[in-house]
Design a protein around this ligand. Structure first.
Ligand code: SF4
Length: 471
């Protein structure tokens, strides 16, 4: 279904836009919207769509809730911490809403998609105006119109039996990189993960829609794209099954104007030989693979329902490295999963030392309501989890430092994103292997590829100086 074909949504957008124009004519001030995003890149990209719709309706962006006319929290339920922050932040808006009853407050995203959550939030925070989930993001204009015309909380949570809605306006973050969602949902049901429960089953976008979006991104000057999905490796299996992720990479590789292609997240069980071949042969596909292993123990992998063994994972890494030499491999690891023994944890450390990941996102297991693992016996004591996490971090940091040290005096290709966050006199960008490089060079390099000589490799970043203008 195409967004532009839904008459109700289009009418709602036009109506709100007209009202906002009249407001501007009266006051000389544009209405302002603030979006706060929690969680993963999928959510960040969803917020780009919300911003696209809001801009079309005449709202300008603000990062300041004091002057915002509309505030949206795009929530995440993957980590407990993010949920607590949402509650805190929404609660803190109460006094603002008292002062300015016209302020519109919305909450959306996967936290709202959890069973009973939307009703719970509506009860706890009755001053919230709109609550919606992940499957009806595109209906936001209609819900906003209802909220503007009503004094009650508008709640609409749909299940995932709907088709993908194409053509939602997107206001992408400025810069060199753009996100492109290629599929939604996940079929894997890892026992600790809430995603399949809130994002639904796998749904792939059509080849034509994806390629046309990327051509458009290229025309708008972006140099790098990151293909997004909970499990991009299984792209296409829900369509006809004869056009898969490897085929998509080959087609994207031909698009003029894009220099680099990245993708995330990959599931080891779906990383096929065809995909490895495509990664090796497609010049624009970067030499970086994020391949979450989660644990190095077969016992824990089985309890996690990951559907591969440590031996299969190690074999996969060997095959990837054989086909794509010098590829950077990063991962996610959970420590303290229910029933994890000291031996299981040692198996994880052993796997980390064997693979030598370039870096790892490491987490202490925390139960998510609604998942199988939350009901498992033998939950691990928090102190034990902390101790294991620290031990793991120490091992991984040492490896990351070692891996970065070999870059000393090497010349790397950097896509220059802007000035460094820590030093405005330095530029910042990433190598094809996704290493962050801060370096001295002309600001004219921003947005371009540059050659940089690494002078000081550190644990988290490489420091250097530009040795050539544009590559
Ligand atoms: S692959 Fe597993 S961890 Fe990843 S989104 Fe799906 S269920 Fe969650």
């Amino acid at each position: 279904m195409r967004f532009q074909e839904d008459k109700n949504i289009l009418e709602a957008m036009k109506y709100i836009r007209r009202q906002n124009e009249l407001y501007y004519n009266r006051t000389g001030r544009k209405k302002l919207a603030m979006i706060t995003t929690y969680g993963c890149q999928m959510n960040v990209h969803d917020s780009e769509k919300l911003r696209g719709m809001l801009n079309y309706m005449g709202y300008a962006d603000t990062e300041n809730k004091e002057n915002a006319d509309l505030i949206i929290y795009n929530t995440c339920c993957v980590r407990e911490h993010a949920e607590e922050r949402v509650y805190g932040n929404v609660g803190a808006l109460y006094s603002l809403k008292q002062e300015r009853p016209d302020l519109i407050i919305g909450i959306c995203g996967c936290m709202m998609q959890q069973e009973g959550m939307a009703e719970n939030v509506a009860r706890r925070f009755p001053f919230v105006d709109i609550i919606f989930g992940t499957h009806n993001l595109h209906s936001f204009p209609e819900l906003l119109l209802k909220a503007l015309q009503s004094n009650n909380t508008v709640v609409e949570i749909l299940n995932d039996d709907r088709n993908i809605v194409e053509g939602v306006p997107i206001n992408r973050a400025k810069g060199v990189s753009a996100w492109v969602t290629i599929m939604y949902g996940c079929n894997n049901f890892c026992s600790y993960c809430i995603v399949p429960h809130v994002r639904g089953r796998e749904k792939s976008r059509s080849r034509e829609d994806i390629l046309s979006e990327i051509r458009d991104i290229a025309r708008n000057g972006y140099k790098e794209i990151t293909l997004l999905g909970q499990n991009v490796n299984s792209y296409g299996k829900d369509l006809h099954g004869n056009y898969l992720f490897s085929d998509l990479l080959v087609d994207i590789d031909k698009i003029e104007g894009i220099d680099r292609v990245r993708f995330m997240t990959s599931h080891p069980k779906d990383l096929s030989d065809e995909l490895i071949k495509a990664m090796a042969s497609c010049k624009k596909v970067c030499e970086h693979l994020h391949l979450p292993v989660q644990s190095g123990s077969n016992n824990i992998l089985s309890k996690m329902n990951r559907k591969y063994t440590r031996e299969q994972y190690l074999d996969l890494i060997a095959r990837v490295r054989k086909s794509v030499p010098d590829i950077a491999i990063t991962t996610d690891i959970i420590v303290g999963f229910p029933g994890e023994t000291e031996q299981d944890f040692q198996d994880t450390l052993d796997l980390v030392r064997t693979v030598k990941f370039d870096s790892a996102f490491t987490f202490m297991y925390s139960p998510r309501q609604g998942t199988r693992a939350a009901k498992m016996k033998d939950q691990i004591d928090k102190d034990v989890k902390k101790q294991r996490l620290n031990e793991l971090l120490e091992v991984q940091n040492f490896i990351t430092g070692q891996k970065n040290s070999v870059f000393k005096n090497r010349i790397v290709e950097v896509l220059v994103e802007g000035t460094s966050k820590n030093d405005p006199n330095c530029l910042s960008g990433r190598t094809r292997t996704n290493k962050l490089v801060n370096f001295k060079g002309s600001p004219e390099l921003i947005g371009k590829l540059a050659h940089v000589k690494v002078t000081n490799p550190k644990c988290w970043t490489l420091e250097g100086e530009a040795i050539s203008e544009e590559v």
